[in-house]
Write a protein that binds this ligand. Structure first.
Ligand SMILES: [Zn+2]
Length: 139
């Protein structure tokens, strides 16, 4: 979503993430497109353009997430919230296994599924970065 975000807040959010997508942990330096500032709770759901509701997301993560807050847990088949990088810890919900990002919880599984984190081209890129010691870039 392209809601107005003041420049100072944009800068603070970018610095906090240190160039890393807060969903899939890929660094900006290895992404084909510029990372974006994402509203965790989209403005259409009442989310504000404030630091506590903003994250850095790579283009694929951001496009797949869109304004969604939930999806269906592929294991349990029930509506489940997406990972919120502002209030949850990445390693509580995900781990990297042979370049795959694996959801450890319902939230993790649902987020991996909706954001298509293991789409083939993304897996290939991740594997090549792992091979060179350039992934993951933990926050
Ligand atoms: Zn990402």
């Amino acid at each position: 979503m392209s809601a107005y975000i003041p420049a100072l807040i944009r800068q603070l959010v970018s610095q906090r993430a240190a160039g890393v997508c807060e969903y899939c942990l890929i660094h900006q330096n290895f992404s084909m497109y510029s990372h974006e500032i994402d509203h965790v709770v989209a403005t259409k759901h009442g989310g504000q353009s404030v630091e506590d509701n903003l994250v850095v997301a790579c283009l694929p993560c951001n496009r797949h997430k869109g304004s969604d807050l939930t999806s269906i847990d592929p294991m349990a088949g029930v509506i489940t919230p997406l990972f919120n990088p502002r209030i949850q810890v990445w390693s509580d919900h995900f781990e990297v296994e042979n370049a795959y990002i694996v959801g450890l919880t319902a939230i993790g599984r649902t987020t991996v599924f909706l954001l298509q984190m293991n789409e083939f081209a993304r897996l290939q890129l991740r594997q090549s970065l792992i091979d060179r010691g350039l992934y993951p870039n933990l926050l």
